[in-house]
Write a protein that binds this ligand. Structure first.
Ligand SMILES: O=c1[nH]c(=O)c2nc[nH]c2[nH]1
Length: 473
C-alpha cells in the first residue's frame, strides 16, 4: 500500500522514538520525540522530550496534521541508501554458483541483461525490483540498468511512479562484451546516454526524485574514446558517475593489460576526467595505497558491497583503512553479485566482513553497529551527494524514513509476575518478524538485535520525501 503520486501530501506528525546516526560512532536516540513534516515532505520542526503532543501541535498550529505514532517496540529510522545496485540483474539474485567476477559476467549476467531489450520483460523485472527494495526500506538507490534506452527510461518512470528516489544509469559498454550485448560504438553509447538524460529531464525536470547518472560499466568494457567522451559529458553536465573498481584480481590484471599507459586502475578513470567528487566507485577491494590517496585527493566516493564481495569471492574490502584516510564510504547491495536486495543485509554483512578483515589485519578493522548503520544512511547520502537532503532527521531535510517494528514477547512480562505459563501461550504470532524483544533491552541493544536478526518483516512503513511508498499489510 502506498500513497499515489497525484494525491497532494498532507502535513504529518510523527510521534514516538526516533533513532538516527549522529556521527560515525554514535546513534542519536530520541524517545518521546515529535517530527513535523510539511506538505513538501520536509522536516519543519523536531521536538525532543515532548510529553504532551497536543501542546506541540497547538504551539505549531498543526491541529489538522495526520499523526503516526510508534508503539513501545517500534522506532523511526532513516531510509537506507543503496549506493550500488543493478536493477537489471534482480532476477538472478542468489544465482552465482562457484563463479568469480569475469566468468560470472559471461555466464549469468550478460545473457540476463541482454534480455531486457524487451521492454515488457524490463517492466516486470524493474517493477518487482523496486517494490522489493522499497519493502526493505531502501528509499534511495543508485541503479545500473542495461544499455537499452527504452527499458532504462522505463526504469526511471517506474521509480518515479513508485516514489523511490533514484539515480538511473544507462550502462555504457563498447568493448570486451558479447556481440549480442554491446554498444556498437563510443558515439552510439554517448547518443543513447543523452537520450536517457533527456528522458529523465522530461519526467523530473529538477531531478527532485530521479536523476540520471553516467555509467561506464567498468574500464575493461569501455574503449578510450568512450571514456574520453564520458569525461567530456561529465564536465558539460556535472552529472554524477558510477562505475566499478578493483573488485577482482583478474580484473585488475586485465586493466593493466588494456591500459598499459596508466600507472593504476584508479588512474585510468583519472586520466579521462572521471575521477571526481561525483564519482561512485563500487568495490575498491584491491587498491594500492597510492590509488587510495588519489581517490581521496579527488574526493571520489566508494560503495562498499560486502555481500557481493563474499559471494563472488572477490575479497574483503579494508573499510577502516579507507575511512581512516578520510574517503567517504557508503554501502551497496550490488544485486546480483550480491545475493540480497536488502540493505539491512548489506549493513549486517559489512559488520561480519569487517570481522574477517580484523582476523587478518587486527581488531581495529572491526566496524561497530553504529558505523555500519552510518554507512547505510548518512555515508550513503554523502556518496550520492544528497547529504543536505537525506540520511538523518534534521529540520530542513526530507522525510525519507522507515518505521521499524520488533516483536515484544508478551509472555516475558507475564512470566515475571505470574510464574510458569502454559505451553499454549508460547506459540509464535504470525507476521511480527524475527526479532524478539524481552523488555529489558536498551535501545542500543534493540538496534543491534534488528541489525543481526531483522528482515523486511520488521520494516512496517516506508516514506520518501514525505510520501508513504510502502506499508506492510
Ligand atoms: O559486481 C559487479 N557487477 C557487474 O555487473 C559488473 N560489471 C563490471 N564489473 C562488475 N561487477
Amino acid at each position: 500500500m502506498s500513497t499515489p503520486r497525484n494525491v497532494p501530501l498532507r502535513r504529518a506528525l510523527y510521534v514516538g522514538t526516533f533513532i538516527h546516526c549522529k556521527t560515525l560512532q554514535e546513534l542519536d536516540i530520541c524517545e518521546n520525540g515529535v517530527i513535523g513534516v510539511d506538505e513538501h515532505g520536509k522536516i519543519a520542526f523536531l521536538e525532543r522530550d515532548a510529553e504532551n503532543v497536543d501542546l506541540v501541535t497547538a504551539a505549531h498550529g498543526w491541529g489538522d496534521a495526520h499523526i503516526v505514532r510508534t508503539s513501545s517496540s517500534q522506532f523511526f529510522f532513516p531510509g537506507f541508501i543503496d549506493t550500488h545496485i543493478h536493477a537489471s540483474q534482480y532476477p538472478n539474485a542468489g544465482i552465482f554458483g562457484q563463479s568469480t567476477l569475469l566468468d560470472w559476467l559471461n555466464t549469468y549476467t550478460f545473457p540476463l541483461e541482454s534480455s531486457l531489450a524487451n521492454v515488457n520483460t524490463a517492466r516486470v523485472v524493474y517493477s518487482r525490483c523496486i517494490s522489493r527494495t522499497l519493502s526493505h526500506g531502501t528509499t534511495t538507490a543508485a541503479y545500473y540498468a542495461t544499455n537499452h534506452v527504452d527499458s532504462t527510461n522505463l526504469l526511471a518512470d517506474i521509480c518515479l511512479d513508485a516514489g523511490q528516489r533514484a539515480f538511473v544509469g544507462r550502462c555504457c559498454m563498447d568493448s570486451l562484451s558479447p556481440d549480442f550485448y554491446k554498444d556498437i560504438s563510443a558515439d552510439a553509447a554517448i547518443a543513447d546516454t543523452k537520450s536517457t538524460i533527456d528522458h529523465i529531464k522530461s519526467i523530473d525536470p529538477t531531478y527532485g526524485l530521479i536523476s540520471p547518472i553516467l555509467t561506464p560499466r567498468f574500464a575493461p568494457s569501455c574503449t578510450p574514446p568512450l571514456l574520453h567522451a564520458l569525461g567530456q559529458l561529465h564536465r558539460s553536465t556535472d552529472l554524477p558517475i558510477q562505475t566499478h573498481i578493483s573488485e577482482n584480481l583478474g580484473e585488475v590484471q586485465l586493466v593493466r593489460k588494456l591500459f598499459p599507459e596508466s600507472t593504476s586502475y584508479a588512474q585510468v578513470y583519472d586520466m579521462y576526467g572521471l575521477l571526481t567528487s561525483k564519482m561512485i566507485l563500487a568495490h575498491a577491494i584491491h587498491l594500492s595505497t597510492s590509488e587510495r590517496d588519489l581517490i581521496k585527493e579527488r574526493d571520489a566516493k566508494i560503495s562498499h558491497c560486502p555481500a557481493s564481495n563474499s559471494a563472488l569471492t572477490s575479497g574483503g574490502a579494508k573499510v577502516r583503512w579507507l575511512l581512516d584516510s578520510g574517503i567517504t564510504v557508503g554501502l551497496g547491495t550490488d544485486v546480483s553479485g550480491g545475493y540480497s536486495p536488502s540493505m539491512l543485509e548489506a549493513v549486517r554483512q559489512a559488520s561480519l566482513v569487517s570481522r574477517h578483515v580484523a582476523m587478518l589485519d587486527g581488531d581495529a578493522a572491526k566496524l561497530s553497529i553504529e558505523e555500519v548503520l552510518y554507512l547505510g544512511t548518512r555515508g550513503g547520502a554523502k556518496v550520492v551527494g544528497l547529504e543536505d537532503r537525506i540520511g538523518g532527521f534534521e529540520v530542513g531535510k526530507e522525510w525519507d524514513a522507515q518505521l521499524v517494528g520488533l516483536a515484544l514477547v508478551p509472555e516475558a512480562k507475564a512470566a515475571q509476575h505470574e510464574g510458569a505459563l502454559c505451553a499454549e501461550s508460547f506459540k509464535l504470532p504470525s507476521g511480527e518478524g524475527p526479532v524478539d524483544i524481552f523488555g529489558w533491552e536498551s535501545w542500543n541493544e534493540k538496534v543491534a538485535k534488528w541489525v543481526y536478526n531483522g528482515d523486511d518483516r520488521n520494516t512496517l512503513s516506508v516514506w520518501v520525501k514525505g510520501r508513504l511508498v510502502h506499508q506492510r499489510s
